[in-house]
Design a protein. Structure first.
Lengths: 167, 121
């Protein structure tokens, strides 16, 4: 089993997953830094991701779309906050409209990736997701439309359902 | 795999606020009414009342009559909803990590000699 630890904090809506790989830090870094490799794992086989923009630098943006079995497309983006190759990435993962502009009605997940060597050829990766940001949810609340929120969550549900591989 | 409790969205939104999370924590013991709860925060009674109302609508707390008083009680069931959401996120990342592993295994030869990777094509 590659996943070595999972920590959940329901009150902070935070999930931390740690995994170990039999590969070097640089090799694991490439999983994130190379869009063609990213495409191989970000989306499930039924909803493969295509990264149309991949500028992994602070202040820059990564854009992708996921295509479903019926040709349905779901757009997403990362706002890259911090990058320290080959060890660290901090970004906000959000939903986008068809034209690539952020869908501001949708919650944003903040993801912190850490990569470190535990032994020669053995690398630990930790992924901390905060879902969603307080600001995003406050914004939705301030709008006072439960309808918009329901719809947004419905879309997340659809995407999550698609991404979940039944065991 | 379907996990979609009806008030999932509200629970989600209600827990996004620090004061409300604190109210949920304090109300587990179901000892205080809104007035007593308001004493813990540097904000007006009305503001705290609003927070409690948001939590109530999300099903995270209920107001219960104890003798002549009304106390706020946390509904632990609703908190589990948040946990289930995190469970689903765990599944998502486990699946991603499985795929990462497959990808790493596939290119294991190239790891030892990274220079070869490009010229192989």
């Amino acid at each position: 089993m590659t996943v070595t630890a999972v920590r959940k904090d329901p009150q902070r809506l935070t999930l931390t997953v740690e995994a170990e790989f039999g590969a070097s830090v640089d090799r694991v870094w490439q999983l994130w830094a190379d869009p063609r490799q990213l495409e191989r794992w970000w989306g499930p086989p039924t909803y493969p991701a295509t990264f149309t923009k991949h500028d992994l630098a602070p202040g820059r943006r990564v854009e992708y779309r996921m295509t479903g079995p019926a040709g349905d497309q779901h757009h997403g983006y990362w706002d890259v906050l911090e990058v320290e190759p080959p060890r660290r990435i901090l970004f906000r993962d959000g939903f986008a409209n068809a034209d690539g502009t952020p869908n501001t009605d949708m919650p944003i997940t903040t993801i912190r990736v850490g990569i470190e060597e535990v032994a020669r050829g053995r690398t630990r990766m930790s992924i901390e997701s905060v879902f969603p940001s307080t600001e995003a949810m406050e914004q939705v609340l301030a709008m006072g439309t439960d309808e918009g929120l329901t719809q947004a969550v419905g879309q997340i549900d659809a995407i999550l359902a698609a991404e979940t591989i039944p065991r | 795999m379907q996990i979609a409790p009806p008030d999932f969205d509200r629970v989600f939104a209600a827990l996004a606020d620090r004061t409300r999370r604190d109210i949920v924590r304090r109300a587990i013991g179901a000892e205080e009414g809104v007035l007593e709860l308001a004493g813990h925060y540097p904000m007006s009674f009305a503001a705290v009342q609003k927070h409690v109302a948001v939590l109530e609508r999300a099903g995270l707390v209920t107001k219960e009559r104890v003798g002549r008083r009304k106390v706020v009680r946390t509904n632990l069931e609703a908190l589990l909803v948040a946990r289930r959401l995190l469970d689903r996120y765990e599944e998502l990342w486990r699946a991603r990590i499985d795929r990462m592993n497959e990808l790493l295994a596939e290119t294991a030869d190239a790891v030892d000699t990274p220079e070869r990777k490009e010229s192989n094509r």
